[in-house]
Design a binder for this molecule. Structure first.
Ligand SMILES: [Zn+2]
Length: 448
């Protein structure tokens, strides 16, 4: 008999995990059998016994925080995909398995992310059922070792499917070269031949896979500011309950380190994902690797600049009456590097005009006003000469730019020719209103 496919797997995201995992508090996993508790090609009573043995086979991976409890009650014969109860069925009661497939695991997850690496997102498993096909000649390891007449090991298939139920993917997929012996001999290898006795017990690759998923873990965090002006030096520190032997860091900007608690200087602006793969030494279980990611963790910023090709930080155009529109040209290509804006209007033009005495009270409430919109419409109180200042800032610093405008009270349809803008960016430096606006924000003041 040729090799048979064990699982009609969903598209693989990685070779060793399926991207679904149980939470720590879900263990021990409670499971039960369906009404078809026995497989007719096995000795009476062995159907249930072999399932208990197969679950416990995974406990060899003693550094994985797993466990299971057999609830010895019988559930409905129809497989219920979403009843939240792990159920194992012989004889394919809902007649849903393709011919040639030995068994299938249906893992069901919700949208909650329980773990994340740079290559895989793990969502929270909330149910999983296992079904064995009804037209397969299953035999026990004992039967097959005594006299194999083409049977397939029920132990091997059950242990394999229970691996999927924990969130493991195949060690090798159909078509992989799979030259490494540990992968080819793993219980999670994609197929098993009839009379094959070699896959009933989990091997080192299976143990590594489930220990990576449920074993010792560690995290890291920045102990200096991870958001700031470029160049930005960030110190990282690992937190682990077990000793950390080594670490391999990727800082997201192409640079790496093997220091345990490195300090990295970001030289280019951007938002960076930081990843550390740590070798952990459990005093009981030995060493294992764990990868931890922080997505978009570091934000290194330049002070705001006009977008490439733009005519300064902002321009203005007449709208109607005393109202003018603004167009903001500030470069926002690095997310998070522009987070503060304050517009101020001063009566008059020229260098001496930027003073609190000239600040226009736009809404007439007696306070000098500052507008927090990205590109506001500005309603001037009267015709005349004004200076419009846009203060814009972020972790990389603050810039002030201005335009002088002669405001005329005229209808919008006569607006061709538009504004009378003069002047340019980064002119006068910070003024009273802005200093108030950014006070209390943790950022370096940087003004040309
Ligand atoms: Zn499989």
């Amino acid at each position: 008999m040729s090799l048979l496919l064990l699982l009609a797997a969903p598209p693989a995201l990685a070779w060793e995990h399926i991207g679904k995992a149980w939470r720590e508090e879900d263990f021990p996993l409670h499971w039960a059998t369906g009404t078809s508790q026995e497989e007719d090609s096995l000795a009476e009573g062995y159907g249930r016994e072999v399932l208990v043995k197969s679950w416990d086979n995974w406990l060899v991976a003693e550094c994985a925080a797993i466990g299971n409890v057999y609830d010895d009650d019988t559930r409905a014969s129809e497989r219920n995909y979403a009843d939240g109860a792990i159920t194992m069925h012989y004889d394919d009661p809902s007649d849903e398995i393709e011919p040639g497939v030995l068994g299938v695991t249906w893992p069901l997850a919700n949208n909650v992310i329980v773990k994340e690496t740079s290559t895989l997102v793990y969502r929270q498993m909330i149910d999983a059922d296992i079904v064995f096909n009804d037209n397969v000649d299953f035999g026990s390891q004992d039967d097959i070792s005594t006299d194999c007449a083409g049977q397939t090991s029920i132990e091997a298939v059950a242990v394999h499917e229970i691996g999927h139920l924990h969130g493991l993917e195949h060690s090798c997929q159909d078509g992989d070269p799979c030259t490494e012996t540990d992968l080819a001999e793993a219980t999670m290898f994609w197929a098993i031949g009839s009379c094959d006795l070699s896959k009933a017990d989990i091997n080192v690759d299976d143990i590594t896979s489930i220990t990576t998923l449920y074993g010792s873990s560690a995290t890291f965090e920045a102990v200096t500011s991870r958001i700031g002006a470029n160049p930005l030096a960030v110190e990282f520190e690992i937190t682990s309950e077990v000793p950390v032997i080594s670490a391999s860091w990727k800082f997201g900007d192409g640079e790496t380190s093997t220091e345990l608690n490195p300090t990295h200087e970001y030289l280019t602006p951007g938002q960076f994902t930081v990843e550390a793969t740590m070798e952990l030494e459990d005093p009981v279980c030995g060493s294992s690797f764990y990868t931890y990611d922080q997505l978009g963790y570091v934000l290194a910023c330049e002070a705001p600049v006009p977008a490439e090709g733009a005519d300064g930080y902002f321009t203005m155009a007449h709208s109607d009456g005393l109202t003018y529109t603004t167009v903001n040209h500030t470069d926002v290509s690095v997310y998070g590097c522009v987070d503060t804006i304050a517009w101020e209007i001063y009566k008059g033009t020229g260098e001496g005009v930027i003073s609190a005495d000239n600040l226009v009270d736009l809404d007439g409430d007696g306070d000098s006003d500052s507008i927090g919109a990205w590109a506001p419409k500005i309603a001037f109180p009267a015709a005349g000469d004004y200076t419009v200042v846009m203060n814009i800032g972020g972790p990389g610093g603050v810039r002030a730019s201005f335009l002088s405008v002669t405001v005329e009270d005229r209808a919008g349809e006569n607006a061709s020719g538009g504004c009378s803008t003069t002047g340019s960016s980064a002119g006068f430096g910070l003024v009273g209103g802005l200093i108030a606006a950014v006070a209390g924000l943790r950022r370096r003041r940087s003004v040309e």
